[in-house]
Design a protein around this ligand. Structure first.
Ligand code: TYM
Length: 333
């Protein structure tokens, strides 16, 4: 069976190693698989659910494209495009919003977290954001969606919406039910300042995350100051359970060095954090700094990013506009 992979990243600046380890790095793995179509989207319509500065938004779209390419995505193998350039995404979101139920959206934890205490002042867009995500995914008959753990609930919602639409319009299997692809160990990279809080673009503290465009010195400094406990590193995974900061740093190290957690534990068992942090800085610099350098170069080359977007938009539009035509037909437009 052929696979269709779709995923999206918001162009909100501050792309960090959580985005890289949890999502972008995996995008690259799929593009070389046989019988697999890969579609990766810079989701600018999602970004405007919170206020964006227009000039920065433009720049962040280029930066996200640059991050995709610098991480190894090849625009000849994967379709890379900007969401707002393909109108079918917004059209689909409206139509699917009529299948989605209020009760389902009310359960979305990410909305609750992002809206915070002042939910009355959150944008309507932020509330219906997961419906737009469903539109993104369903328009391409996506079979698999590589994402971090934080997007799991949105994917369950996507499946519910697809099922309801198929049922209501008596069109069994019109929308495919996509499978989430969430990595077992590294799907939730935590803040460097607090091992129980997710590493996030919107955390006000720069020290909480390693950005893809951090300099070498900044990387070393952030790792040096990362929160830890006072015990030496344990020898087995069970002992990590109540040590969220150690667990997180070991996860980052394991993922970037492509080895499982138990191998890393063997390597550092009984060592103190300062030794481990030196090694962690080395691997982060080895893996992330070349991406950072390439990203900075590519994002300045506007002709290059524009060319990728133009080609990607054409390819994505062809698929999405056909699906939206079928959707309209089914609902009687
Ligand atoms: P966004 O832009 O917040 O994040 C992009 C990707 O990075 C993952 N991620 C993480 N993974 C591990 N640890 C972390 N600390 C971490 N922080 C972020 C996210 O899970 C995501 O995979 N709504 C989505 C974008 C989107 C999308 C889609 C994704 C829009 N449409 C369709 C898949 C399919 C978002 O805001 O991701």
């Amino acid at each position: 069976m052929s696979k269709k992979i779709f995923s999206g990243v918001q162009p909100t600046g501050n792309l960090h190693i959580g985005n890289y380890i949890g999502a972008i790095n995996n995008f690259v793995n799929f593009q070389n698989q046989e019988n697999t179509t890969c579609i990766y989207c810079v989701v600018d319509l999602h970004a405007i659910t919170v206020r964006q500065n227009p000039a920065e938004l433009k720049n962040n779209v280029r930066e996200t494209i640059a991050a995709f390419v610098a991480s190894g995505l090849d625009y000849n193998k994967s379709i890379i495009f900007q969401q707002s350039m393909v109108p079918a995404h917004s059209e689909g979101a409206w139509i699917l919003g009529c299948s989605a139920r209020m009760g389902w959206l009310n359960r979305m934890t990410q909305f609750k977290e992002k809206a915070g205490k002042d939910k009355e002042k959150a944008s309507v867009g932020l509330y219906v954001y997961p419906v737009l995500m469903a539109s993104d995914i369903l328009l391409y008959d996506t079979t698999h969606v590589p994402v971090g753990e934080d997007q799991k609930q949105h994917l369950e919602l996507t499946r519910d919406i697809a099922q309801k639409f198929n049922q209501d319009f008596n069109s069994p299997s019109f929308f495919k039910l996509p499978e989430p692809m969430i990595q077992k160990n590294f799907s939730r990279i935590m803040s460097l300042k607090d091992g129980v809080k997710k590493m996030s673009k919107s955390d006000p503290s720069e020290m909480s995350r390693i950005n893809l465009n951090d300099s070498k010195d900044t990387i070393v400094n952030k790792i040096k100051k990362a929160k830890t406990d006072t015990l030496p590193l344990p020898g087995n995974e069970k002992e990590l359970e109540n040590r969220p900061e150690a667990k997180n740093l070991i996860g980052i190290y394991s993922s970037l060095s492509n080895q499982n957690v138990s191998k890393t534990m063997e390597e550092f068992s009984g060592k103190n954090f300062s030794d481990f942090k030196n090694k962690l800085s080395e691997i982060v610099i080895e893996k992330i700094y070349p991406i950072s350098k390439e990203m900075n170069k590519l994002k300045k080359d506007q002709n290059f990013t524009d060319k990728i977007l133009k080609e990607g938009t054409n390819k994505a539009s062809e698929i999405a506009s056909k699906k939206i035509k079928d959707i309209k037909n089914i609902i009687g437009f």
